[in-house]
Design a protein around this ligand. Sequence first.
Ligand SMILES: [Zn+2]
Length: 94
Amino acid sequence: MKTRKIPMRTCVACQAKRPKRELVRIVRTPQGDLVLDHKGKVSGRGAYVCNRKSCVGEAIKTRRLERALEVILTDVMVDALYRDVEGASDGDMA
Ligand SMILES: [Zn+2]
């Protein structure tokens, strides 16, 4: 019997468990910047959210993202996250 393990991660906003590639990883770099890690290659402390604005917004509003990453979000960071996730969502209007 073959079992293929798909790495699952939990969205910090809606708590849904999804395959890793359906989520975006938001990483706090050692420099203290926040970046969206689309390729899973950025090192640093990371949190996962669904790749859509509603979940990114929720994660920010509820401060779950700040808690998960132990970071204080600035307006600049929030703007950048929204811009980045908009660019990333490929026709998914949900
Ligand atoms: Zn979500």
